[in-house]
Design a protein around this ligand. Structure first.
Ligand SMILES: Cc1cc2nc3c(=O)[nH]c(=O)nc-3n(C[C@H](O)[C@H](O)[C@H](O)COP(=O)(O)OP(=O)(O)OC[C@H]3O[C@@H](n4cnc5c(N)ncnc54)[C@H](O)[C@@H]3O)c2cc1C
Length: 318
């Protein structure tokens, strides 16, 4: 069921189409510094939990709901979001979905889109659409709810999300001082063991790993879990001329000069460099920045989707 608020957004979109004006989807502005001259489709007042069934591990929320409010409501029932999204100020669940933001638990629990069960959205014609539902087993037709994760407001306005949630687990972080290359080898070795890992990173001379549930005694120093708040996402303070790159490698690789941090069991590096330090490097000045190395087949698919969801190209494309 769509409501008066979403009807109003639909009218706003239809008017913009008829007047040939562009729109920018926004909520708390925690990520995108908006261009001043572009009208917003604002979800900032559209927040709250619509339905929450702890016994079913499913929550349905309005897109403008703050991550902090959602996490607090889940924690009250000893549950959590499975994808550990980073929080920037008043980050909302809609913006997090739009940027497909997942955290350090990603190799172990999965990405945001794995937890999306259904969405309601408004396309670039102003049509109110519903995809998926509140169950994993609802697959009929294209899995649009998951496909649009990461579309960054360029395809449609997402107004509502149903998400699978997980039981809250107790986690302990351990750290050990060691050289980067030793840590990368160790990360890869640990990923092949039965240790219940939920995070693995190398940062400032230390190898950090996070373990949940019952696990064998560790001989390393236990530290505050807060380190993952710093590492998720990796956003060091940079001088204006400095460039931070995200590099995805294929397994343990040689050391990349300028590496500031390592994640993803050794397969992801954050590197300071004037030029691209590897073929699969993404300039990571801003985590919402569009990829500048999209391969042509992907670009073609993206363009096709844009034409389907936003045929008048009314939503600003990053
Ligand atoms: C210490 C640490 C460890 C971390 N470990 C991990 C980790 O192990 N794994 C992990 O995924 N994240 C990790 N993160 C978070 C990470 O920085 C991102 O938040 C995460 O990678 C986004 O998830 P994704 O794989 O769905 O997106 P990605 O596929 O990495 O894409 C990022 C964004 O680009 C978009 N995108 C992807 N492909 C294209 C394309 N071809 N064209 C246009 N846009 C595209 C996506 O939709 C998304 O919005 C870690 C962070 C830290 C600090």
């Amino acid at each position: 069921m769509h409501n008066a608020f979403t009807q109003q957004l639909s009218e706003q979109i239809k008017t913009a189409v008829s007047e040939k004006r562009m729109l920018q989807v926004a909520a708390s502005h925690s990520k995108v510094p908006l261009a001043q001259d572009i009208e917003e489709v604002s979800l900032s007042d559209y927040s709250g939990i619509i339905e929450y069934e702890p016994s079913e591990l499913v929550v349905t929320v309005k897109a403008g709901t703050k991550l902090s409010d959602l996490s607090a409501a889940l924690a009250e029932r000893k549950q959590m979001l499975g994808f550990e999204p980073p929080e920037y100020g008043d980050s909302t669940i809609g913006g997090t979905y739009a940027c497909a933001l997942t955290g350090p638990s990603r190799p172990f629990r999965g990405v945001l889109r794995d937890f999306v069960l259904g969405t309601k959205l408004i396309d670039g014609r102003g049509q109110l659409l519903t995809f998926g539902g509140q169950m994993m087993k609802n697959v009929a037709g294209y899995d649009v709810s998951r496909m649009l994760a990461g579309s960054k407001g360029s395809m449609a306005v997402v107004t509502q999300l149903s998400l699978k949630v997980l039981p809250l687990v107790e986690e302990i972080t351990y750290r050990k001082e060691m050289p980067e290359q030793d840590a990368i080898i160790l990360m890869n070795q640990m990923a092949g063991t039965t240790l219940p890992l939920s995070g693995c990173a190398y940062y400032q001379g230390h190898f950090y790993y996070r373990v949940f549930g019952k696990h064998p005694k560790q001989n390393n120093e236990a530290v505050d879990n807060h380190i993952w708040k710093i590492l998720n996402p990796f956003m060091p303070k940079l001088e204006p001329q400095q460039k931070l790159w995200r590099v995805d490698t294929e397994g343990p690789a040689d050391s990349i000069p300028g590496t500031l941090a390592v994640g993803m069991c050794g397969q992801r590096r954050w590197v300071l460099s004037d030029t691209a330090p590897a073929p699969y490097a993404t300039l990571w000045q801003r985590y919402f920045a569009p990829r500048d190395n999209v391969p042509p087949p992907v670009a073609k698919i993206k363009a096709g989707l844009k034409n389907v969801f936003d045929p008048h190209h009314i939503f600003k494309t990053l």
